[in-house]
Design a protein around this ligand. Structure first.
Ligand code: ADP
Length: 507
């Protein structure tokens, strides 16, 4: 369903908001225009009503009514009044008695000019006597303008809308009614035209806004599409694929960067895993091949007891090699799975090292290698058994990769709050290009030599994993042909120097 798309939802939300804003704006503009239009009309009506009303109140000049020439208006000749003298309250004719008869209403030229008999501005007027008899109306007045109804003696101006006419009227003090009006057909057309323009303009703005919003949402979400497409390709096995994002400054650019580095790590991990599996199979195949070929060759014909013994010894050695290898593989697998448990107690690194030196001493003697120890007390915190495994690994390597009658120097000390073990040898050393890789699984700097001596290539990988699991670190420096120095640092336990629990007291 398209509503599940973020782009559609963003666009619809924008359209809704824009629609609300534009509708509010449109309705307000329409109302203001309409009110303004009719306010202006009301003002025009009122202006004309006042003028006509003044002429009606004034009535024909007194002299003209008596058959004399019209009364002259001007300075010193105030216009004749039709009503009571100033200050006197108006009193109409007594109830029930007829008022004065129909009068002639004559508009001044100025007032007459306000009404266009030729009907170009559309204003018309009508006046009625107190008896509701039509006194006078303009020629453009619509037929049969209904006489407004009077409530009491109300002389205020009222407006009314009748069919398509807007009219203003009021009653004079004498009861005459004056009405001024105009057709509002043109006004209504103008208002409808304005409303039409508002709708067109509003629709155009809405369409533009929605199109812009759609484009913006599309642009903003395009990297997401790229990301999901790349992620799909990667999950299909193309681990070298990366997300290409043009803009790296925005949030999605950062996300793409993070994902790219995650993909790179994943690729490296997969490659490492594949390499590890291949190496492990290869390492296991060698002793297996020895086992099989020894057995097959021996069984090909009858052998002497001595020959059988030799075969069994060869098979045993191959089996032991496989056992060491599988044991190391299992240990690494447990490290990877976080299943290896480490004790954490104080011990003396010097004592642990001394015990390990004693264990390998016979092997060193056998190869004519001298072992020199400088074991200062080094209280440490961690798993003494695992550290013992580390020390043995390093010492064994120092013997294996040493020259005959070579030398090994072993030292322990405390430095910068850490217990330090140094194992230096005068052996074959490690090439500069091999140095960064010696802690990798199955890495062998000197392949032929290591294989012939039955080495697994996992010793230093396990050593590093053990040390790092105990918040320590290991470093190596070496010079080809001159020897290597391994330095191990683990957290020290100041003031706690107790004998190693499993390796016993120093000799
Ligand atoms: P291996 O079982 O092959 O000894 P390690 O993980 O212990 O595996 O060592 C990895 C590689 O590092 C060895 O194959 C060897 O080439 C090199 N190496 C380790 N220790 C020394 C050393 N003391 N002197 C020279 N080379 C060493």
């Amino acid at each position: 369903m398209f509503l599940h798309s973020i782009r559609w939802r963003l666009t619809l939300w924008l359209a809704f908001l824009l629609g609300c804003v534009l509708s509010g704006f449109g309705v307000t503009a329409y109302q203001l225009h309409r009110v303004n239009q009719f306010t202006q009309l009301d003002q025009e009506l009122e202006r004309r009503l006042t003028a006509v009303s003044a002429d009606v109140r004034r009535g024909p000049p007194f002299g003209e009514r008596m058959g004399r020439p019209p009364f002259e208006e001007g300075p010193g000749h105030p216009p004749p009044r039709h009503g009571p003298p100033d200050g006197m309250p108006f009193r109409g004719p007594p109830e029930g008695r007829p008022g004065p008869g129909p009068r002639e209403i004559r508009l001044s030229a100025q007032t007459a000019g306000l009404f266009d008999e030729a009907d170009t501005n559309g204003f018309y007027f009508a006046t009625w006597s107190r008896e509701s008899a039509l006194l006078k109306s303009s020629t453009n007045a619509p037929p049969a303008v209904p006489h407004p109804e009077r409530l009491g003696r109300d002389t205020r101006t009222h407006t009314r809308t009748r069919e398509t006419f807007s009219e203003a009227y009021h009653f004079t003090e004498l009861g005459d009614c004056v009405l001024v009006g105009r057709s509002i057909v043109a006004d209504l057309h103008s208002i409808h035209r304005f409303a039409g323009w508002l709708i067109i303009a509003g629709s155009a703005v809405l369409a533009l806004g929605v199109a812009g919003g759609w484009r913006l949402a599309s642009n903003a979400l395009r990297p997401v599409a790229d990301i999901s497409a790349t992620a799909s390709r990667i999950s299909a096995g193309k681990l070298s694929e990366r997300i290409s994002v043009a803009e790296t400054d925005n949030e999605l650019g950062h996300l793409a960067g993070v994902l790219n580095s995650t993909f790179a790590r994943l690729e490296a991990a997969f490659a490492q895993q594949e390499q590890f599996t291949a190496d492990a199979s290869h390492e296991l195949r060698t002793p297996l091949a020895v086992l099989i070929s020894e057995a097959q060759t021996t069984l090909a014909r009858e052998r002497t007891a001595g020959e059988y013994r030799e075969t069994v010894e060869a098979c045993l050695e191959a089996a032991q090699q496989m056992s060491r290898l599988t044991e190391s593989l299992l240990q690494l697998a447990r490290f990877d799975a976080g299943q290896e448990n480490f004790a954490r107690h104080p011990f003396d690194l010097a004592e642990t090292t001394r015990a390990c030196v004693e264990q390998i001493y016979a092997l060193a003697l056998q190869r004519g290698i001298r072992v020199e120890c400088d074991l200062k007390p080094a209280p440490a915190l961690g798993d003494a058994n695992r550290i013992g495994q580390v020390v043995t690994n390093l010492l064994t390597n120092a013997i294996y990769y040493n020259h005959e009658h070579g030398e090994i120097r072993v030292a322990t000390a405390v430095q910068d709050g850490q217990a330090i073990l140094t194992v230096a040898d005068t052996g074959i050393g490690i090439d500069t290009e091999d140095l960064p890789h010696v802690f990798e699984r199955f890495y062998r700097a000197d392949k032929s030599r290591a294989r012939t001596q039955g080495r697994t290539g996992l010793g230093l990988a396990i050593t590093k994993a053990i040390i790092e699991a105990q918040s320590g670190n290991i470093e190596v420096s070496s010079e080809h042909g001159k020897g290597s120095v391994f330095v191990v640092r683990i957290p020290s336990a100041p003031g706690a120097c107790v004998p190693s629990p499993s390796l016993g007291a120093p000799t």
